[in-house]
Design a protein around this ligand. Sequence first.
Ligand code: 9MR
Length: 357
Amino acid sequence: MSEQKSEVESPFSLKQAFEGKFVIGAAVNEHHISSEADNLLLTQHYNTLTPENMMKWEEIHPTPTQFSFARPDDLVSFAELNNMQVVGHTLVWHSQTPDWVFHREDGSRKSREELLLLMKNHIDTVAGRYKNRLYGWDVVNEAFNEDGSLRQSLWYEIIGEDFIEKAFEYAHEAAPKAKLYYNDYNLFKPAKREGVVSLVKRLQSKGIKIDGVGMQAHYSLEHPDLKEVEDSIKAFSLLGVDVMLTELDISVLPFPDENNMGADVGLSIALQDEFNPYSDSLPSNIQKELANRYQSLFAIVNRHSDKISRVTFWGLHDGHSWRNDWPMPGRKDYPLLFGHDKGLKDFARQLPFAEDK
Ligand code: 9MR
């Protein structure tokens, strides 16, 4: 499944293979930053990093008066030392946000004004701290429902639909040079795509800076139809903003709930063996399917590399992927380019790196 090539020859490097087209990255946690072996993989293959969890509100701002900057600082320093971009993830999200953000001590809901002030302080403090060091921010994450309407999150319910505009305005004030992105899953779906297209147009018509749309890209062998992915890349690009695949992984496992594909972190289903068929190893025919799927996706990405500024994998190697635990904790999945043994999978060396191959 994987091989280590002699370091005597020029070693294969993903970032070199895609050089001049788009930057390529991985989502990382503190253990990658402290592991020498992982450091080597990261610096050899990637030129952009996204913190998988450590900049989420509950981690970086766990209580009203406490900010936890030690781990994010280490990540940003590591990236700077190695000439890598960092994209912050994420300032405003309905998930992984502590309850005190939305409720007063007596349990009642905060007012619009209170929540806006808190949002501004959070963004000022977090985005402001890294203002000339982070390349960009996922300013707002997952604000849409599958039908293209706005999710009834507490941000939406308390502030109203302009919470998104406010977040982008505050982020621009706090970090004027940072690229500002909207990020979501299932953006290949036409209705959800249209919701985001309308959002970008609304922000643009009001003169609010938005630089790009991140398509998360949590895919599987069967889903989605890549034609829809391509249609969304084109649609977002027509708005004049960057398009990125921001959380790419391709699950090989059967999906236990066909109605809830995507990346809703709230979904959790008890482990059943029939849904964990490759707990020992991945059969060669499935490896081939995974290789073909990645080939097809990167053929599209290459064809549109003039529109795509970044491709980021959601994790470094299979052992650490969130896919092993979502939506069914305890499975063994194989969604990334580096396997459970941390080796680069053979097919990754033969992705279509050149135009229209
Ligand atoms: O991969 C992340 C996992 O380790 C966390 O437990 C989870 C909840 O914070 O978030 C995962 O990352 C999510 C990302 O932040 C937003 N899009 C969906 C990702 C996968 O759930």
